[in-house]
Each structure stands twice: as C-alpha cells, then as structure tokens.
Design a protein around this ligand. Structure first.
Ligand code: SAH
Ligand code: ZN
Ligand code: ZN
Ligand code: ZN
Ligand code: ZN
Length: 444
C-alpha cells in the first residue's frame, strides 16, 4: 500500500523485488496519487535522488524494456561508477601519507587527494596544500558539505552535539557504533581511537558519500544507500557490516543515523529494519526478542511517521545542533532552536540530557525534558515538542503550540491567521493537513 506522500501527488509504494537499477542501486516503486487515492501507472525512479537533475532514471512498472536499452543502461551504470574503487583509494591513501607535507595536495574541484604525478592533470583546479595528518583524520572539516537540497544535503553536527552523542553512547555502555549517514560522529570516534590508548569504541560508517572512501579502509567505511539498503561494494561490504554487528566479547552495538529530511521515511524505515534484522541474525544468545539499539536523529515533526514504523521508539527532547544548518531558528529567547531530535528504542530514563543546558528530569514521565517543557496534569505528560511551553486545549483534549488558538470553524487549534478551508492532502514535510510543503511552518 502507498505510504509516503511526495511532491505533486507521488507516493512511495516501496522497495520492490526485481526492481531495475540505476547507478544508485535498485530503484524504488512509486505511484501517482490524486486526493490521497492511488491511481494511474506505477513507475520506478531513483531511490537516492529526489531531483531528476541528479539521476533521471525512470521506468514504468509495466514497461517492456528492449535488450538494447537494457544494455545501454548497464553501460551507463558502469560509466557512473567512481573513478577509483574503494580498494584503490585505500592504496592511494597509503602512498599519500608517505609524502612530505609539501607534496600533500587535495583537489577542491575533484574533492580528491592527489598524488604528485596527477598534479599536472588538475593544474587549473584549486588545491588545498600541506594536508596534515590531523586534517586527514577530520575529512568532514575540509570536504565541502554536499549542498544539493533535495538529494543529500549534508548537515554536520556541531562539536557540542557530536561530543554529547558520543559521551552518551559511552555512558550507556556501547562499544560499537554503526554510523549510518553520520560521518562526523564516525570521525570523532576514529580520531579518539587513534589518539587515546584506553578508548575502546569502534565505528563503521555507512554513507552514500563515496569521498569518504579516500580516508577509511574497507573495514571502516561502506558505500551504502540507506533508501534501498544497497551496499555498492556487494557481498563483501555486506559481510563487513554483518561482522561489525556481531557482538564479539560482549561489545554492544548501537546504530546511529541522521538521514536527509526530504521525506521517504518509509524507505528509510524499511532499510533500518533490514539492518536491525542483520543484527538479530548474528544470533548472539541473550539478545532475546530485543531490537538493535538505535538513535534515529530527525526533526520532531516527523514523530508520528517514525512511530508508525517503530512503535517502540520515543522522541527525546535533546536539540541536536549543526554547524551549517539552514533549519536553525532564532527562538524568542534569541537562542538557536533546532527542530532536530533523537528517536530511540532505549529506555527514555537512561538518556541523560545535560542539566547545564537546561534539561531536567520529569519524575512523572521518567525522562529528561527541555526546561520549557511543562508537565501537563491533564495529558499527564510533558507535551511540548519544540521546547516552548505548550498549553492545553480542553476542546482538542491535548496540548498545542503556545501561538495557537482553538478555531470553532475548523474544530481544532490553529494559528490565529490560518485560512479555514481544509485541504485534504497533507504537507510533504510534516504530513499535516492545511498547508503545502512550501509553506510548512516546520521549515520556516
Ligand atoms: N549530522 C551528520 C551528517 C548528516 S547529513 C554528521 O555530522 O555526521 C546526512 C548524511 O547522510 C550525509 O553524510 C550524506 O552523505 C548521507 N546520505 C545522504 N543520502 C544518503 C543515502 N541515500 N544513503 C546513505 N547516506 C546518505
Ligand atoms: Zn581536480
Ligand atoms: Zn512530565
Ligand atoms: Zn495537555
Ligand atoms: Zn483546540
């Protein structure tokens, strides 16, 4: 059945067996919808790229594809592989670190470490020179963040948030982190592991950004697409991941992911379930019926969508901050308010949030909450989602944003200046009715 609502009435049907492939792995099956109902033909499109400019793969589900076109497609996919394989990049790195500082160059245009014999070819490109060992350990600091809004905008953790996450994981007793789309967390773990002798945490990065293969071995990074659970490195890479999930010597694993926000929660959930299944299949005794522990970092307005797929998850109040984030809002307090939260299947009371940043423990809810999040006697819960104090509406029988008022026309609470006509189809970003994606208040 169709789940996700996309722009222009496109809904995701899901990953389908026997789906054709584009350079980003098996395509996803979509359907055109109208007024929330499925209709018309179903089609395959790229799983990773929301923007057809980045990957224009398209095929009707019932389309007959000629041999010639299939062959052309295969050739196209082959030609769209990266210049170097991961193995080659690992070899190149070994040679690179042997070079004296003065010969260590990085091409900013090609986003590639260069060996001296290659300088010539890049002579009219911009270089970063004297790449230090410290820099090589922090690639996310000098690779430029991918900025394509729809496909894979990279929003990197602010140091404070990254440090908080790592300390939290360590305090919870985890020794292995499956970092899915969290290169900066991976990098922090890797660099501590190489610098501090008694630091025992390990990380495996799964990410679609192949530039990272220049800095990490095949045991540290897998080129992976989290919208279709596709390992570009095939069975060997899958095996690397499987091995990593095996909790050797009682080293407990947690998965941390911070996916792009552009929708497709259903596709993400489907992949994450497959990663969880991989963990379960490693078959450690004592795992019981437990799920692999997970932190899914995502905006609070996706709460209901995430809970649809993972009913065991709870949203934590911690505001995850970013270095380069357009979603920063300047709240009334003048403090930057990030809408991004941690969703987890761990017991909420174990997620200790920093008191020095204003979080406090609600004994009734048995979890840490934002300073402004008041416990509502009627809901019997700390109800704020965005950190501001929410107010209870007796007619709606729930707490609502402080700026909302009950509208008798709409029979629900809304902004005072809302227009009363209801629209059927929900917003692509938050799934709520009444506005379209462009006007989503969550993204203002
Ligand atoms: N806050 C994180 C970065 C999150 S940005 C940090 O600082 O570590 C989203 C990440 O997901 C990026 O690293 C991006 O390369 C990756 N990504 C985007 N699309 C992806 C896909 N289809 N499959 C896997 N990773 C993807
Ligand atoms: Zn170049
Ligand atoms: Zn409470
Ligand atoms: Zn209430
Ligand atoms: Zn109301």
């Amino acid at each position: 059945a169709a789940g996700e609502r996309g722009p222009g009435g496109i809904a995701l049907v899901g990953p389908a067996s026997g789906a054709p492939s584009c350079p980003h792995g098996p395509a996803l099956l979509f359907v055109k919808t109208s007024q929330g109902k499925e209709e018309g033909r179903r089609f395959y499109a790229c799983s990773a790229c929301r923007d057809r400019k980045d990957c224009n793969f398209f095929q009707w589900e019932d389309e007959k594809v000629s041999e010639t076109r299939l062959a052309a497609r295969e050739e196209y996919n082959r030609n769209h592989r990266p210049t170097f394989t991961h193995r080659q990049n690992v070899e190149r790195y070994k040679n690179f670190v042997l070079l004296p500082l003065s010969k260590r160059r990085f091409c900013q245009e090609c986003q590639q470490l260069l060996l001296p014999a290659e300088w010539e070819k890049h002579s009219n490109h911009q270089f970063l020179c004297d790449i230090s060992t410290a820099q090589l350990k922090s690639p996310s600091q000098f690779l430029y963040p991918l900025e394509n809004k729809k496909t894979n905008a990279q929003y990197l953790f602010a140091d404070r948030s990254c440090q908080f996450l790592l300390n939290l994981l360590i305090d919870l007793g985890f020794r292995r982190v499956l970092s899915v789309g969290t290169p900066r967390l991976h990098e922090m773990i890797q660099s501590k592991a190489s610098q501090e002798e008694d630091f025992r945490v390990r990380s495996l990065l799964l990410d679609i950004d192949f530039r990272y293969s220049q800095f990490y071995t095949e045991d540290e990074f897998c080129h992976y697409n989290m919208f279709n659970h596709y390992f570009f490195g095939g069975e060997a890479a899958r095996e690397t991941c499987r091995k990593f999930l095996y909790e050797e010597n009682g080293e407990r694993v947690i998965m941390v992911t911070d996916p792009p926000f552009g929708g497709l929660v259903e596709a993400l959930a489907s992949s994450f379930k497959k990663l969880m299944a991989m963990w379960t299949e490693t078959g450690k005794e004592g795992q019981g019926n437990k799920e692999m522990p997970m932190f899914w970092i995502f905006p609070y307005f996706f709460e209901s969508r995430i809970l649809d797929f993972f009913p065991s998850f709870r949203m934590m109040d911690y505001q995850v901050d970013y270095d380069n984030h357009a979603l920063y809002k300047h709240g009334k307090t003048g403090r930057r308010q990030s809408p991004v939260r941690i969703f987890t299947n761990l017991t909420p009371s174990m997620i200790v949030l920093p008191v020095e940043e204003g979080y406090r423990f609600c004994t009734l809810c048995q979890r840490y909450v934002s300073s402004g999040n008041q416990h509502c006697e009627i809901c019997n819960s700390c109800t704020s989602k965005d950190g501001r104090q929410w107010k209870h509406c007796v007619l709606c029988k729930k707490c609502v944003k402080p700026s909302w008022f009950h509208c008798n026309n709409c029979d629900c609470c809304a902004l005072p200046n809302h227009s009363c006509e209801k629209t059927d189809s929900g917003c692509f970003v938050c799934g709520k009715a009444g506005h379209k994606r462009g006007a989503c208040p969550s993204l203002s």
